[in-house]
Design a protein around this ligand. Structure first.
Ligand code: 8GT
Length: 333
């Protein structure tokens, strides 16, 4: 059995750790899930739940984490590591989506555990896996579960029918989904952004970005980290132009802060710009190209970095404002 504990760093919430399940969790997991009130709400859980199945299922979750197929995690109390439930995501690679599931043992109900755990896993997944959507479903008669999803930011998309092992057949469900925009409606620029003319009633946000190009003609993309709007999307390094700063000075500052490199103004060649209306601001973003810098490009803020061949840029999910820039860059390089 591969050691998923070595490959998956537990996710922390205010009160819980979402960590890989361990063989020692089996007895408590069985006690909590072998309860009709819990099992009847879960599509893939039989009732009664055989004790051996807890061992088998826990063993299988480790392989699937290592393979990046599914992330089924224990919700464990930080104070004493007691298992209170499980939360999981199963990926559908063809669709760049994953399905969320969760349950909490009956003795732990009423403490807001499900939204805390499922919300954390949803945010983490959209920021760190190549996904655009998380889907979820709740039995039509399970208003409590639907409320959890809505609280996290999921949208209701319709109804359907799903096979429930515990019920011995198909049951009506409400369908939900969440993308980045649902989880981070606060796409608004922080108040520190410089005051610029209003466009169509929206504030104009000036952001400077750069296509760093290495000797193999590859372009550097950086992944927006969890916690920022549009987390998980790949973008050109850069950031907001502060009041009193030129776009070039802003880039030189951002490249030092984010990538640890020194760039001189003479090496920043203006290339193109993006002008894009986001929901709460209008982005104006000059894109420079740069082939010379001092120092080694290293992620200073834990963000993922990728050197990408121009033909492969389309494989990376980027903010909508970047689409025209990517096309121009591909033609240019
Ligand atoms: N750097 C960068 N920002 C982009 C790109 N495309 C795009 O839409 N943006 C948007 O421009 C804004 C940049 O803001 P930011 O939050 O990265 O700026 P920053 O580094 O100063 O952030 P901070 O204030 O959290 O430090 C975001 O709304 C981001 O979504 C891009 O390719 N590169």
């Amino acid at each position: 059995m591969p050691d998923s504990a070595l490959t998956f760093a537990p996710l922390e919430t205010e009160r819980f750790l979402l960590r890989p399940l361990r063989a020692e969790d089996a007895a408590e997991l069985h006690r909590l899930v072998n309860d009709w009130e819990v099992a009847k709400t879960l599509a893939r859980v039989p009732f009664p739940y055989p004790r051996d199945l807890a061992d088998e299922w826990i063993a299988s979750t480790a392989d699937r984490i290592v393979e990046g197929e599914a992330y089924h995690l224990a919700i464990a109390r930080k104070t004493d590591d007691v298992l209170v439930g499980c939360v999981g995501l199963t990926r559908d690679r063809d669709d760049r989506s994953a399905e969320l599931g969760y349950w909490v043992g009956r003795r732990h109900w009423g403490q807001g555990i499900a939204p805390e755990a499922a919300g954390r896993l949803t945010h983490w997944a959209l920021a760190n896996l190549d996904l655009d959507r998380i889907t979820a479903s709740a039995l039509t008669d399970n208003a409590r579960s639907a409320a959890v999803l809505l609280r996290i930011g999921f949208r209701e998309t319709g109804t359907g029918a799903q096979d429930f092992l515990s019920r011995g057949g198909a049951m009506p469900v409400r369908l939900f989904e969440a993308g980045r925009a649902d989880l981070s409606p606060a796409q608004a620029a922080p108040a520190a952004a410089p005051a610029l003319p209003e466009g169509e009633g929206k504030r104009i946000l000036l952001v400077a970005a750069v296509g760093l190009i290495d000797p193999d003609n590859r372009v550097l993309l950086a992944r927006r980290p969890e916690g920022k709007p549009l987390a998980g999307l790949w973008e050109f390094p850069g950031g907001k132009v502060h009041a009193g700063e030129t776009p070039e000075a802003a880039l030189i500052r951002e490249l030092k802060e984010e990538l640890g490199i020194d760039v001189s103004e003479a090496c920043l060649a203006p290339f193109a710009f993006a002008s894009h209306g986001y929901e709460s601001f209008h982005l104006l973003m000059p894109l420079y190209l740069c082939r010379r810098w001092d120092g080694m490009v290293t992620a200073q803020e834990g963000q993922a970095l990728a050197w990408v061949r121009p033909q492969r840029l389309g494989d990376y999910a980027m903010p909508p404002a970047d689409k025209p820039l990517v096309a121009l860059l591909r033609d240019f390089l």
